[in-house]
Design a protein around this ligand. Structure first.
Ligand code: PLP
Length: 375
């Protein structure tokens, strides 16, 4: 099928663009010996897992269900971290996860022995109390009152026996200068414990596949941990794996005028791209310009009742027409994994653009997918 023939709304993930990212990540692995795993919460498109598995070491999960997905669909190294685990899920987690990372000493005390007995690697998430991002506290695990990671003052040496690694995750869409700052804080606060560890996990949030990302500086950070402490280094990016590798194709349904031109699309910010409202950000749209850049300005909105279900204001060379197809970019990450059926909105289909340019719809949704979640 051609791209132009895909049904709308439809997420389209471009295999060649995913592979381009994977090659960059794999280059870091090759040059440094570090291991990189996919953070599935950003991108859980299982149709791409075989390809991802060719280049990365495995996957990490936010809990049991993602861990199962990684185990079933990727079948390589399987990691998991959660702020707290339920007693009744621990056996299954232990049966499918190689690295189990705990958020606190109380969780370690509760579950560590069981995991060690099964031969699993046990890690502890630390909070280096080093904020490197300003202005978005909801994405800052080092913000005051954060529920993530053991702080220096929480450390209990007697509970570290059997713990083979430390994990930190403090970045969000950041460059390696912020990683370097964070690593300095990690060494300052937790350096005394590093000699007894086997591995360290730098978490995610590294925008490694972004054009301006400083890869040599990342590699220097990796080598520092390898050389100074003999540690194996893990990274678990989500965004970087599928950055700029997906699209959301939508159609214009109708127009409205209220002080400006408004186009109503067969998609929804709140249902299909909730991060547009939550993050918030303005997704790039192929062929469009900023406000004032091109002659025809439209506010693009969705089909739901939410007044704020607006994707943004975009300008165009020609007036839009009913049935026009609009293609939003960078729609692979934190999109499919966050969709919902508020207002009974249909979920977008999911398609792959193969390396030869052919497009294939790999999943379609219908009324049952909406009804199934309600009772
Ligand atoms: C969110 C998260 C990641 C992935 O973050 P990205 O910003 O998508 O790279 C990795 N590890 C943990 C613990 C996370 O919470």
């Amino acid at each position: 099928m051609q791209f132009e023939q895909l049904p709308t709304p439809c997420f389209v993930v471009d295999e060649a663009l995913i592979e381009k990212n994977l090659k960059i990540l794999n280059g870091v692995m090759q040059r440094t010996g570090a291991k990189i795993v996919l953070a599935q919460k950003a991108f859980s498109m299982t149709a791409m897992y075989p390809l991802i598995g060719e280049y990365l070491s495995g996957a990490t999960a936010s809990g049991l269900y993602e861990a199962r997905l990684g185990h079933e669909e990727m079948g390589k190294e399987n990691h998991v971290f959660a702020p707290a685990y339920r007693e009744e899920e621990m056996d299954e987690i232990i049966s499918i996860c190689d690295h189990i990372i705990f958020n606190s000493f109380s969780q370690l005390a509760k579950f560590k022995d069981k995991a060690l007995q099964a031969g699993r690697k046990v890690g502890l998430r630390v909070n280096p109390e080093c904020s490197t991002q300003e202005g978005h506290e909801i994405y800052d695990p080092c913000s005051p009152g954060s529920r993530f990671g053991a702080k220096q003052e929480d450390f209990r040496a007697e509970l570290l026996e059997g713990v083979s690694g430390l994990h930190f995750h403090t970045l969000c869409q950041q460059n390696s200068d912020d990683l370097e700052t964070t690593l300095n804080a990690v060494v300052e606060k937790f350096g005394q414990w590093l000699p007894q560890m086997e591995w360290i996990n730098f978490g995610g949030g590294h925008h490694i596949t972004r054009e301006d990302y400083d890869i040599p500086r990342l590699e220097a950070c990796i080598k520092r941990m390898q050389n100074d402490y003999g540690l194996e280094v893990y990274l678990e990016p989500g965004e970087a794996v599928a950055l700029n590798a997906g699209f959301l194709v939508t159609s214009v349904l109708d127009f409205h005028k209220n002080g400006m031109d408004i186009a109503i699309l067969d998609t929804s910010a709140t249902c299909h791209m909730p991060d547009v409202l939550e993050m918030p950000y303005r997704p790039p749209l192929i062929g469009s310009g900023e406000v004032g850049e091109k002659p025809h300005l439209y506010r693009l909105g969705g089909q739901t009742c939410l007044s704020g279900d607006v994707i943004g204001d975009y300008s165009f060379d020609e007036p839009l027409k009913e049935g026009d197809r609009l293609v939003f970019e960078d729609m692979a990450i934190y999109s499919m994994v966050k969709t919902n059926t508020f207002n009974g909105m249909p979920l977008p289909a999911i398609a792959v653009k193969r390396k030869d340019g052919d497009c294939e719809v790999v999943r379609e949704f219908g009324y049952q997918d909406f009804k199934m979640r309600l009772a």
